[in-house]
Structure formats: structure tokens, C-alpha cells
Design a protein around this ligand. Structure first.
Ligand code: HEM
Length: 449
């Protein structure tokens, strides 16, 4: 039998391409309705992007043949800030760093993180108690708690309100800049002192000062705590017996700091936005949470029993995946599921699309936490629902994030009465999926302990 010639995936018509640039998230979620497997997008002649909407192809790119699909060129923009940290690193060097860092996310660490999360959330509720009757930007408030949690968990460092302001302001600006540069493939090289580049350099310098401050203070400590920072400082490469240099440590610290709060903030914001629009789900979460967090603080051991809380988190990340797309590029030409991928192209795994694919998700645009009651998260479904990515580069902080979010949610659901003020919040698909202007709530009654 003659071999079947692999096909080139259909190309998104120019009109639709221009339309989709205005509503990126919408385009990502509806794309599989017309293009269930893969499509080609990008500016003809300048940029070819294969957008993957099919779980088998996603698995091929991210897992089965991941060596042929290193990180997309776009990550070079992120690397301006993150250097060669885990998110932007590649190849053998990435593998070496991932192996060194992985132990910092083991079970004993998670138990510590659970205590830190509960303390940080109690402090938040104390603050909110004094603001009863007032409006808050819930997204900004979640940033404050999650920055505090990641700093204490991984670097045993207290961050001051000033630090949080520095991080929030600079990260938001750099995130927008990275996105502007990623969308426009014809921007000037980094060495040109354009106003944007100069402002970005100042932002990076401010964050650098903060991070090097944490590292340098630690080096002077006589009895350092056994956290991630110490693990990075003490780690020795097998081949050379040498440790990481300061720049590599800075890159990893910056990466985990950023990756560890930005996504979580978005996930929590969308969750509470959705819960407020679906009162039945909020009531059910409250009912479950009162058992663990009503009259006492929730414990690490309680989390596996927070079943509805987990379903709510998963359904929220299905509807609004905090990382809507992961980008790779094809080193060599490749063939998958009967399609041809040319060498040197961009490959975008459309997580938002996979999460709304009509073949796998009935009523895909509705919020129904119950659908996760019978959804096997570990089996063949891993590439149908993949908020944390998939394959060897799956999010290193996924258990950290789930634990943190479930604990926070149980405390908010059982102790906070708040009202949604924002009406229809627009999702902005930058590197992460942000709620435009944040989700605004009015605090009505807060129960503190
Ligand atoms: C709701 C929360 C989170 C979501 C949705 C999320 C999502 C993701 C995704 C999709 C990736 C894969 C990117 C790719 O394949 O290109 C990733 C990677 C990563 N995440 Fe997360 N993440 C979350 C929380 C965290 C936390 C709490 C940490 C650390 C404390 C973290 C640290 C990282 C790091 C270091 C990587 C790079 C891993 C590697 O390439 O080896 N993330 N995350």
C-alpha cells in the first residue's frame, strides 16, 4: 500500500487572523470547533505558527518527541528577565537544573507550605476585617498573599509591603512588554535603547536588587534554613563538584518567584469570579469548607478530603487556564498524526483550546465543577486537561499551587462574605491569562480567628 503523504494543516484565513488578534482568548477557545487537530496561523512570510488543538499531537510535542521541540523563540524575551532559569533554559543544562531543584518540592516541603499558607491567609483576613464594607481589588490582594507565601516557603524571607509593590509593578510591566514583543516579530534588538527597552532595564534592575539582596543576606547567615534557596546555594554538579554561580542562582530565584505567584493569582481571581457568578457552586464549596476551616484552621492532612474544592479549582483552570498556551519550536521537520510540521516553525500547544474541545467537553463554556467527579486526571486524559502543561517540563510547582489554592479557598469560602463588584471581566491573554483591571469585590463580613 502506498504511504499516505502527510498533510499541511489548514491555514487560518487572514480576516480571521486579524479578528482573532483583538480577542485572543476567545479565538483560542473556539479554534478546535473548526480545527479539531491543528491549524497554521501567524503572519504569512514572516512567522509560521502551528497551533495544536488535539491531545495526541500535544502529547507528541510535549512528551513523546519533546527533544525535537525545544522552547519557542519567544521565550528569549522572557529570558531578558529570567536568564537561564528553569522556565527559559533548555537541553542538558535544563535537565541538570531540574534534577537539582526537584527535591525542593517534595512532601515535607509541602507540609511546611501548608502552615505558611494558613498563617498568611489568616493575616489577610485580619486586614480585611478592618476593611469591612469597602471595595478591594481581589486580584491585587491575592498577589500580596501569594508573593508572601512563595517568599516564605522557598526563601524563608519576609517581604515588606514595599517589596510587594516593587514586584507587582515591575512584573506587570515586564509581562505586558514581553507580550508586546512576542506579538510583534519585527521589534528592534534589545541593545537598542528604545523607551520601552530602557524602562524594561530599569524594571529588571529593581527586581535584581531585591533578589540579590535575598541571596547576599542568606550567604551571611550562620544557621540557614533548609529551603530552596539553601538547596541552590549548597548544590554541587556531579561532574565538576562545583556549585552554581551567583547569576544562575539569581535566575532560578527570579524564575520561581515569578512563576510561583503570577499564575496562582490569576487562577484564584478567576475561581472567585466564577463562584460569584454560580452561587450554587459557592454554597457547596462553603458547606464543604466549614468542616475544615470554619471553627479551626485547615491542616495539610485535610486537603485530600477537600474534594469539591479540588473540582472547583480544576473547573476554573479548565475555563480560564492561567497559562493558556505553551510555546515550542520544531528543530527538525516532523510528522505527527498524518500532519507535516516544517523545520524551524513555532508550535503553540493551545491549552485553552484543549480545555474547550467539543469532542471531550460537553457544555464546554459552562462552569460545572461536578464534571471533574469522574474525570481521571492521571490516565489518557492528561493532555486533554493540562493546566500545568505536560511531559518532562510539566510545572514543577503544581502540587505546591494546588495545595496553596485549596487551603486559601477553604478559608475564604467558610469565613468571608463578599460580593462581586466587577461586571463582565475580560480575560487578557498575555503570557498568562489575566483578568483585565483585576476582579473587584466588596467585603461584607469577615470571620477572623
Ligand atoms: C495555578 C498555578 C500554576 C499554573 C497554572 C502553572 C502552569 C505552568 C505551566 C503550564 C508550565 C509549563 C510551561 C511550558 O511547558 O512551557 C509551568 C512551568 C513551570 N512552573 Fe508553573 N504553574 C503554576 C504554579 C507554579 C508555582 C507555584 C511554581 C513554583 C513555586 C511554579 C513554577 C514553575 C516552573 C519553575 C516551571 C518551569 C518548569 C520546567 O520547565 O522545568 N509554577 N507552570
Amino acid at each position: 500500500m502506498p504511504a499516505i503523504k502527510p498533510q499541511t494543516p489548514p491555514r487560518l484565513p487572514l480576516g480571521l487572523l486579524l479578528e482573532s488578534m483583538k480577542k485572543v482568548f476567545n479565538m483560542l477557545t473556539v479554534a478546535p470547533q473548526k480545527y479539531p487537530d491543528m491549524l497554521i496561523t501567524g503572519i504569512p512570510g514572516l512567522r509560521t505558527v502551528y497551533m495544536v488543538n488535539n491531545p495526541d499531537i500535544a502529547q507528541y510535542v510535549l512528551q513523546k518527541n519533546y527533544r525535537n521541540f525545544p522552547k519557542a523563540k519567544g521565550y528569549e524575551v522572557l529570558a531578558l528577565l529570567l536568564g537561564k532559569g528553569l522556565v527559559t533554559n533548555d537541553g542538558d543544562n535544563w535537565h541538570m537544573q531540574r534534577t537539582l531543584i526537584q527535591p525542593a518540592f517534595h512532601r515535607e516541603t509541602l507540609r511546611r507550605i501548608s502552615n505558611i499558607t494558613v498563617t498568611a491567609t489568616n493575616q489577610l483576613l485580619q486586614r480585611w476585617k478592618a476593611q469591612e464594607g469597602q471595595e478591594i481589588n481581589f486580584t491585587r490582594e491575592m498577589a500580596e498573599v501569594t508573593i508572601d507565601i512563595v517568599a516564605k516557603s522557598l526563601f524563608t524571607t519576609d517581604v515588606t509591603a514595599n517589596h510587594i509593590q516593587t514586584i507587582w509593578k515591575n512584573v506587570n510591566f515586564l509581562n505586558e512588554s514581553a507580550d508586546a514583543m512576542l506579538r510583534n516579530p519585527v521589534h528592534l534588538p534589545w541593545i537598542f535603547p528604545t523607551p520601552r527597552h530602557l524602562k524594561m532595564r530599569r524594571s529588571i534592575a529593581e527586581l535584581d536588587e531585591l533578589v540579590y539582596g535575598i541571596i547576599n543576606r542568606r550567604k551571611l547567615e550562620k544557621n540557614p534554613p533548609p529551603d530552596l534557596l539553601q538547596l541552590l546555594l549548597d548544590a554541587r554538579y556531579e561532574e565538576t563538584g562545583k556549585g552554581m554561580n551567583d547569576l544562575q542562582i539569581r535566575d532560578e530565584v527570579m524564575t520561581i518567584f515569578l512563576a510561583g505567584h503570577e499564575t496562582t493569582v490569576n487562577a484564584l481571581s478567576w475561581t472567585w469570579y466564577l463562584l460569584k457568578k454560580h452561587k450554587g457552586a459557592e454554597e457547596k464549596l462553603k458547606e464543604e469548607s466549614i468542616k475544615f476551616a470554619g471553627e479551626r484552621d485547615p491542616a495539610f492532612e485535610d486537603v485530600p478530603a477537600m474534594i469539591y474544592g479540588k473540582n472547583v479549582m480544576n473547573e476554573s483552570m479548565r475555563r480560564y487556564p492561567p497559562v493558556p498556551v505553551v510555546g515550542r519550536r520544531s528543530a527538525q521537520k516532523d510528522e505527527v498524526s498524518g500532519y507535516l510540521i516544517k523545520a524551524g516553525s513555532e508550535v503553540a500547544v493551545n491549552i485553552a483550546g484543549l480545555h474547550h474541545h467539543p469532542a471531550y467537553w460537553p457544555d464546554a463554556f459552562e462552569f460545572k465543577p461536578e464534571r471533574f467527579e469522574h474525570f481521571d486526571l492521571k490516565g489518557d486524559n492528561r493532555f486533554i486537561f493540562m493546566p500545568f502543561g505536560g511531559g518532562p517540563r510539566i510545572c514543577i510547582g503544581n502540587n505546591f499551587a494546588m495545595l496553596e489554592m485549596q487551603l486559601i479557598n477553604s478559608m475564604l469560602a467558610s469565613r468571608v462574605d463578599m460580593e462581586l463588584v466587577s461586571e463582565d471581566v475580560k480575560p487578557i491573554a498575555l503570557v498568562t491569562l489575566k483578568p483585565e483591571n483585576g476582579v473587584v469585590m466588596k467585603l461584607k463580613k469577615i470571620k477572623t480567628r
